[in-house]
Ligand binder design. Structure first.
Ligand SMILES: NC(=O)c1ccc[n+]([C@@H]2O[C@H](COP(=O)([O-])OP(=O)(O)OC[C@H]3O[C@@H](n4cnc5c(N)ncnc54)[C@H](OP(=O)(O)O)[C@@H]3O)[C@@H](O)[C@H]2O)c1
Length: 273
């Protein structure tokens, strides 16, 4: 089984690397189509076949095609694929584009089988979480192929209702950026309190990592875990009451709503009937 990845940027590149490191070798050959020469040269150095433009021969030889270009480049790619994909043997198309609905892809390529995925950047070190959903036409065998691919990137979760993909995007798709902002704030805070940048960064990163692992492993809920750190009248409580006064939790939820609405907006833009 061969895979063609269209767009070898941040996410496409992460997927290629994860697949190359995976001992199970789901795909016998991987092709990357990317407009950028430097990226193609980098893939060649990794031993991956590359093409500048889509062509019939490569499309014919690949059973699975993963589209990893930015949403604004998506229609262009679908228009070209239209010339190369016939109805005789349906291909499996995996799309990782934020906000682009399955119906939009189907309007260009009516005979393909479509899976929509929302990965996140920790996939670069096989620590990602991907949420995915499939069109009704997708077979259980094809779902297993997608699941195996996504497990090389970290964990995965199947979403029954495609309408929830914008919520997923607002949480785990964008989420790494929220965490980095929090990390950055902790590091700046440590710096302002007189710590060196290096010590501040080390303390902040291991705190976020360790606290997350504890939350995952501990039977206690998050409220209890917070109470375990914050004794009455103590230092943590002083910080938490400031967070509360500034409505930090509500602000995070409102920010997620903004990401969600932007995803919806993309979705409406890409609605094609
Ligand atoms: N980054 C994230 O955190 C994240 C998370 C989840 C999902 N996604 C989704 O993943 C997709 C890719 O995002 P990204 O961050 O990986 O973008 P990116 O780094 O810009 O990668 C896209 C790549 O596709 C190339 N490209 C553009 N048009 C092409 C075409 N017609 N044929 C072949 N290659 C083409 C670009 O080349 P040029 O640079 O020369 O234009 C670039 O190398 C997006 O749809 C995004 O919504 C991203």
């Amino acid at each position: 089984m061969n895979l063609l990845i269209i767009g070898g940027g941040n996410m496409g590149g992460a997927i290629v690397r994860a697949l190359l490191e995976d001992s199970k070798r789901i795909f016998s050959s991987i092709f990357v189509c990317d407009a950028n020469r430097e990226k193609r040269e980098m893939f060649l150095r990794l031993g991956v076949k590359t093409i500048l433009e889509l062509d019939f021969a490569v499309c014919a030889t690949c059973d699975v095609i993963l589209v990893a270009v930015k949403p604004q480049d998506f229609s262009g790619v679908l228009s070209v694929l239209q010339n190369f994909l016939g109805a005789e043997k349906p291909k499996l198309i995996l799309s990782i584009a934020a906000g682009i609905p399955i119906s939009f892809i189907r309007s260009y390529l009516p005979s393909v089988h479509i899976i929509r995925i929302m990965p996140n950047t920790p996939a670069m070190i096989q620590q990602g979480i991907s949420a995915w959903t499939a069109g009704r036409e997708v077979t259980s065998h094809e779902k297993k192929i997608a699941q195996k691919l996504l497990r090389t990137l970290g964990d995965e979760v199947y979403i029954e209702n495609e309408g929830q993909m914008d919520a997923v995007t607002a949480l785990s798709g964008c989420g790494p950026a929220y965490v980095y902002l929090f990390l950055q704030s902790l590091i700046l805070g440590g710096d302002k309190l007189g710590l060196s940048k290096e010590i501040s960064a080390k303390l902040a990163m291991q705190t976020v990592l360790g606290a997350t692992l504890l939350a995952e492993k501990s039977p206690a809920d998050l409220d209890t875990l917070i109470k375990n750190v914050a004794s009455k009248g103590g230092t943590t409580e002083a910080a938490l009451s400031h967070f509360e006064k500034k409505r930090v939790s509500q602000n995070i939820q409102e920010a997620m709503k903004k990401a969600f609405l932007r995803g919806r907006e993309f979705g409406r833009k890409f609605k094609k009937t």
